[in-house]
Each structure stands twice: as C-alpha cells, then as structure tokens.
Design a protein around this ligand. Structure first.
Ligand code: HEM
Ligand code: HEM
Ligand SMILES: [Fe+2]
Length: 495
C-alpha cells in the first residue's frame, strides 16, 4: 500500500470511528444514551481487569516481573476491584436501559443522573491512578481516607466510598421517581427493593473496626450478600426483561419465575453467609448454619436454568439476537456451574477445613463471577448495540458472525481452562499443605513448590491469554457488529 492509500485508509478508519463514537441519538432515548455511557466505561474496565490479571498471573511464574514497580498485591487489587466496578457499571447501565421502557415514561432527573455518571467516572479514574502510582500508605487514618481501605474487592478509599453512596442515591432517585411517574410492574418492584438492599449493604463495608474478626464479619455482608443475594436478584430482573424482549416470553411467566427465584435466593443466600464465618473467630454455630443454608444455595440456580430452558422451549426459540441469546445461555450454565457446583464443592465445613483460602477458592471465584455476571453484561451489550444500530438484523446469516462466535468460544473456554488449572492447584494445596503436612508453614512451601502447582500456574497463564484474546475479539465485534446492516430485525412481540 502506498503512502496516499495508507493516508486515505487511515482517514476512512478515523471517520468510521468518529461516526461510531458519536451516539446516533435518533435511535436512542436520553436514558439509553446514559446507559451506553455506563456500558463503554464497563468495557474499558473489563479490559483493564484482564490486563492486570495477566500481569498478576505472569508474576506467579516469574516473581521478579515488575517487582517493586507494580507488585503482585497492587495488580491483584486492580484486577479484582476493576471487576467489581465494571460489573456495577454494567448493571447500572442495564437498569437505565430498561427503565423508560418498563415504566413507560421518560427518566425523571436525567441531568442529575448524567452528572452522577461523570462524578463517578472521575472518582474511579482518580482511585485507579492512586492505586497505581501511590500504591501504599502508612496504615493510618490518612491512608484509609485517601489511598486504600484494605478490604479485598472494595478497596476504594473512604472519600470515594462516600462519593459512591451519593451517586447511588441519585441513581436510586432516578429509578424510583421514574417508576412512580410512569407505571409500576412486578419487575419494577423487585428491582427497587433489591437496589435498596444492594446499596444499603455497601455501607457495611465502610466503617473501620480494630478487631479483625469484627471487620471481616461486616465486610462479608457486602461481598457474600452482594454476589449470592442482591446481585443474583438483579440478574434475575435483567434476565426477565431481556427474555421478554429477545424471545417474546410472556410477562406473567417471567414475573412468576422471578418471584420464585427471589424467594429461593434470599431463603438460602442470606444465612448461607455463614460459610465465610467458619474460621474467622465467629461462634461455632455458624458451622452448622453456614453449612446447611449454603448447601441449599444451588437450588435457585437450578431454577434459573430450568426457567431459561422452559422459555426457550415454549417459544420455539424465535430469537431476534443470536449473540445476546447465546450469552444468556452461557449465563444460565455459568451461574449454575460456577456458583452452584463449584461453590457447593467446598461449602461444607468438613471440606472447607482443607480447601479454605487455596486456589480452590480462586477456581470457584473465576467461574462464578464470569459465569454469573460477566456473561449477562455481555448479553446486554449485544442487546443494546442492536438497538443502537437501529434494530438491525442480528440473527441467521449476519455478516462476520464468526467474530461473536469466536469471542464467545475463546472467553468461555479460556475461563473454563483457568478454572480447571486452578482446581488442580487447589486440590494439590489441600492435599499436601493441609492434609499431609497439617497446615504448617513448611507445608505451605512444599505445596507452592510442587510441580503440579507450578505447571497449573503456567496453564492458567495460557488459558488467561486465551480469555484475553477472546475479550479483544469481543470488543472488536461490539465496535463493528450490525454496522451498515440494512435489514430490520424480525418483530418480537411481548405478550
Ligand atoms: C454468583 C455467585 C457467586 C460468586 C460470584 C462467588 C464468588 C466467590 C469468591 C470470589 C470467593 C473468594 C472470596 C475470597 O476472596 O475470600 C468465594 C468464596 C466462597 N464461595 Fe462463592 N461465589 C458465589 C456463589 C457461591 C455459592 C452458591 C456457594 C455455595 C454453594 C459458594 C461457596 C463459597 C465458599 C464456601 C467460599 C469460601 C472459600 C474459602 O473458604 O476460601 N459461593 N466465592
Ligand atoms: C486474563 C484472564 C485472567 C487472569 C490471567 C487472571 C488472573 C488472576 C490472578 C493471578 C489472581 C490472583 C490469584 C491469587 O491471589 O492467588 C486472580 C484473582 C481473581 N480473579 Fe482473575 N484472572 C483472569 C480473568 C478473570 C475473570 C474473567 C474474572 C471474573 C470475571 C476474574 C476474577 C477473579 C477473582 C474473583 C479473583 C479473586 C479470587 C480469590 O480471591 O479467590 N479473573 N485472577
Ligand atoms: Fe459466599
């Protein structure tokens, strides 16, 4: 290619990019434009999550890699905090997306919502810069306020915590005021109550206690009760709405399922919290309570799989958006296996005694977070993109369909591969460090230096790379899918 062609090509790419970046507001309501803003930041943070995951995984193999520049502790922190934040961005985006449609009216307090988005995004950027460039503090109040709170998954310093709470209040106001002005529905009711619980629980991770047992006791209220209760319910709501739009499922059916799932989820997930209280210094009765209720937790997840199959079956799969529905199916199975099966494996205290805090937990953590929450967000990105492009055809015979299929395959196979590698490492740790060597310091090192642990870390790296390439392909696909498509989607009628 000569210089002139190159120049023209890059100009064309730039023009394409600018038309893409400029939101085509003729296709999107103001509320949905706000949702898209949230989705864009979610995808950027998803990319950051995996980038820092790759660096942390490299450090498992080459411990000197970036040592004293970007230590493992920092990379791990960015990896998992970016995950929590991108998923929350995704969820907020989903809610803004469905709000006007579900309530039948325009968003109330939209300008405040837009302002909150910029405040939150500014705060997140600042917090990440502090994590990367300041990294650590003196371990006193100033550090808690300005650098890092030191609570795994929700490490944001206190000033940012307070900001997050304010932004959540604005978001909550948008939701409640809009439903109140328009109409309420079963979905709207469950959503609103769930948001109260979700935001309220966040405050349990905001106060500092000198006793580490007390501190962890409350911290788990956020972490466990989020992912095993309020986030699952939020996914139920998003799923219910999406199934109506994508497959034309009857409202009565999704709402009934939603109530059943919520009852089961809260029935088992709230006291299931006890499975994190086995060994942190809490009273012994938690062994029984935690073991019993958390063992019931897979039941609602089975209900969710049955629900998805039922809807697909009774509506003979009239599907208006192939990638979105494929990711919804990935969610039903990922949630069931990652949370239900992988969680159940180590939830009884008799087993957890050996597996606690090994790579077994990381194996479950990866499959559960990806299977339950990354998938549904990705499904929704596809749903949003389709509408954004003007309700274009995204079913059979769509051009470049290989991209979404390969992205789906690489991401799922990559995460599954990592999960298995980590499970092997966790099994080896439980066996050698815990069972054989009785949890001694020496036992820890024997387990870390064992060939099956070390080779598992290499496999995790390789499958991590597969996951990462899947994400790159996914982003490319999201940027281009449906572009230039002139055929309209087939009409899916909500009953
Ligand atoms: C989507 C839902 C779920 C997600 C995202 C999730 C995620 C996680 C994560 C990330 C951890 C590690 C926490 C840490 O850093 O210490 C963890 C721990 C644990 N999870 Fe889950 N989980 C989910 C559902 C479940 C369910 C349904 C069960 C039980 C049936 C379960 C059982 C456990 C247990 C027992 C631990 C403690 C592991 C240990 O002792 O080290 N999880 N979970
Ligand atoms: C490029 C792919 C990925 C790589 C290389 C990677 C690597 C890592 C590493 C090295 C850790 C620290 C483990 C430890 O402290 O022993 C970690 C933790 C974690 N990662 Fe990933 N990760 C990747 C993708 C993901 C994805 C897609 C998710 C979920 C959506 C995820 C969720 C988590 C969670 C929840 C933890 C904390 C686990 C625990 O404490 O038990 N990661 N990851
Ligand atoms: Fe839990």
């Amino acid at each position: 290619m000569n210089a002139k062609e190159l120049c023209e090509k890059s100009r064309a790419c730039l023009a394409d990019f600018t038309t893409w970046v400029a939101l085509d507001s003729s296709n999107l309501s103001a509320g949905r434009q706000l949702a898209v803003k949230y989705f864009i930041v979610a995808v950027i943070l998803f990319f950051a999550q995996l980038l820092f995951g790759m660096i942390a995984a490299t450090q498992f193999i080459f411990p000197n890699f970036l040592y004293s520049w970007l230590d493992f502790s920092v990379n791990r922190m960015v990896h998992i905090n970016a995950m929590v934040v991108w998923m929350l961005y995704g969820f907020i985006g989903c809610v803004y997306w469905l709000l006007e449609d579900e309530s039948g009216t325009d968003i109330v307090g939209l300008n405040l919502g837009v302002l909150a988005f910029w405040v939150l995004t500014g705060a997140v950027t600042l917090v990440v810069l502090v994590y990367l460039f300041i990294q650590i503090g003196a371990g006193n109040d100033t550090t808690i306020w300005l650098i890092n709170e030191g609570r795994e998954y929700i490490e944001a310093p206190r000033w940012a915590d307070i900001g997050i709470v304010i932004v959540m209040l604005i978001f909550f106001y948008n939701v409640v005021a809009t439903f109140s002005k328009g109409k309420w529905s079963g979905i709207a009711g469950v959503l609103t109550l769930d948001l109260v619980a979700l935001a309220g629980l966040y405050t349990a991770g905001m106060f500092y206690m000198t006793n580490i047992t007390h501190d962890q006791y409350w911290w788990w209220w956020v972490i466990h009760l989020w992912v095993e209760a309020t986030w699952e319910v939020l996914v139920g709501v998003i799923m219910a709405w999406s199934l109506m739009k994508l497959l034309g499922v009857r409202r009565q059916i999704v709402t009934t399922w939603l109530y059943i799932e919520v009852a089961l989820m809260f029935g088992s997930g709230i006291l299931g919290l006890g499975h994190h209280y086995f060994w942190i210094g809490t009273p012994e009765y938690w062994l029984t309570i935690g073991g019993f209720f958390s063992a019931l937790e897979p039941i609602p997840l089975v209900a969710m799989v049955v629900h998805a199959m039922y809807d697909a079956g009774t509506h003979s799969f009239k599907n208006s958006n192939h990638p979105a529905v494929a990711w919804i199916i990935a969610q039903a199975f990922g949630n069931f296996f990652g949370a239900g099966v992988w969680g159940f494996m180590h939830t009884l205290p008799q087993i957890n005694l050996y597996t606690h805090g090994t790579q077994w937990s990381a194996s479950h953590g990866h499959l559960a977070f990806f299977g339950a929450y990354a998938t549904i967000n990705i499904a929704f990105f596809y749903l949003a993109i389709q509408h954004w492009r003007g309700d274009v055809w995204m079913s059979n015979g769509m051009p470049n369909a290989w991209r979404w299929k390969w992205a789906l395959g690489l991401l799922n196979a990559g995460v599954l591969g990592m999960t298995i590698a980590l499970l092997i490492a966790g099994y080896e740790q439980s066996f050698i460090e815990r069972a054989t060597e009785g949890s001694t310091w020496g036992g820890y090192f024997s387990a870390q230096n064992h060939p099956s642990f070390q080779s598992a870390m290499v496999w995790r790296w390789l499958f991590g790379l597969m996951t990462f390439s899947g994400l790159v392909l996914l982003i490319w696909d999201l940027l281009t899918i449906g572009k230039g498509e002139t055929r309209k989607t087939q009409e899916i009628i909500e009953h």
